[in-house]
Design a protein around this ligand. Structure first.
Ligand SMILES: *Cc1c(COP(=O)(O)O)cnc(C)c1O
Length: 363
């Protein structure tokens, strides 16, 4: 029997998702940076994205970028989270470009780039309303001025990130603002910005709506490629696979039990108030996977199976489906939160499948 818990990653479906998005966006003059952070910088997935036509790779962790370099993934790589000062040297050594919001960090990247005799590209991220990372638009000119003066640093472009902290939707207004900033920086400093990076998977609706694209010529896409959904409403994207990655977990107990606990009720393992409706006797199954490996609220169970909750190592299901006996494995789809946790858990095996290369391999 196959090892469990297990992520099954269908590289052909990821290829299809990535190449479909690359083609649709190419019609709008937009290239794709494939974001690998949810895969922990998997060389197989990164290579699949590159074959599908993504122009570069992006990751928020320098460790993942290092892993892809070590595996000799042939791509331009962008560090898409503002580098830690303490990791500036590693960022310069392994990433070609980084997204930045603090001049102090860019100064340090310059120092490390000089020491290593390398040139490091900088994309300056602009705050356009979502209130996560970004330079306030009024401060951009000053930041660009100093960045341009720093040795071994090249200003590659500007970018923004929306719909992450506050759910602010990319729209014609904030995207036009980004384009205007690109135009005015070029006019002020007489430079050419190679990259205007409009955002993440949440930008797809705007980018494919037919709205004027302006100067935006790149999107950084992770979730849309891996999970096949847009991220404003988490709807499937037409023509994409939403099951490229699945999680299988194994039943370790299957019993009929009362739906209502007995005894004095206090807190659960994770400090929640337990559900206490009496639904009579229920058929319950316990799977050997838990909060340490997945977000139980981010798993999508097969029809007829309900996820009741999870502690660190146990996932509780209810179902009348007789096949949930001890030893059976249940296959779930995952949302982004469940996916990143499963990828990060060392207890979860990863299996990559691909018909086109005809090899199934563990990683
Ligand atoms: C994670 C991330 C992305 C990719 O986001 P998705 O929603 O997975 O497409 C893009 N840009 C930045 C800065 C990120 O942190």
């Amino acid at each position: 029997m196959m090892a469990a818990p297990r992520l099954e990653i269908n590289l052909d479906k990821i290829y299809h998702n990535a190449s479909t998005l690359v083609k649709r966006l190419a019609c709008r003059g937009i290239s794709v940076t494939g974001v690998t952070k949810a895969t922990l910088g998997s060389a197989e997935i990164a290579t699949t994205m590159l074959r599908a036509g993504v122009k570069a790779l992006g990751d928020s962790r320098v460790e993942n970028i290092e892993a892809m370099r070590f595996a000799q993934v042939p791509a331009s790589m962008a560090m898409i989270r503002s580098p830690m000062l303490s990791q500036a040297k590693r960022v310069v050594m392994h990433a070609d470009v980084s997204c930045n919001t603090e001049i102090e960090v860019i100064r340090k990247l310059s120092v490390e780039a000089q020491k290593a005799d390398r040139t490091h590209g900088v994309i300056l991220m602009v705050e356009l309303g979502d209130l996560r990372e970004g330079i306030m638009p009024d401060d951009l000119i000053d930041t660009v001025r100093e960045t341009l003066s720093l040795p071994n640093i090249v200003v590659k472009g500007i970018g923004t990130n929306l719909a992450c902290r506050s759910g602010v939707s990319p729209d014609s207004k904030n995207m036009a603002k980004l384009s205007d900033l690109a135009d005015s920086l070029e006019a002020t400093f007489g430079l050419t910005l190679e990259i205007v990076s409009g955002g993440n998977s949440a930008n797809l609706e705007w980018a494919l709506s037919g709205a004027a694209i302006g100067r935006v010529n790149d999107l950084r896409l992770g979730e849309a490629i891996l999970l096949g959904c847009e991220t404003l409403h988490r709807q499937p994207i037409d023509g994409l696979h939403t099951d490229a990655i699945t999680l299988s977990a194994e039943v370790i107990e299957a019993k009929v039990k009362p739906s209502q606990p007995s005894g004095t009720i206090a807190q659960t393992a994770f400090g929640e108030a337990p559900a206490v409706t009496d639904r009579g006797l229920v058929t319950q199954a316990i799977l050997a996977v838990g909060q340490q490996d997945i977000d139980p609220y981010g798993l999508i169970a097969p029809a007829g199976i309900d996820i009741m909750g999870a502690s660190s190592d146990h996932l509780i299901l209810e179902s009348d489906r007789s096949e949930l006996s001890v030893g059976a494995q249940v296959i779930f789809q995952l949302n982004y939160s469940a996916l990143v946790r499963a990828m990060t858990s060392s207890f979860v095996t990863r299996i990559m499948t691909s018909a086109s290369t005809d090899k199934d391999y563990l990683s």
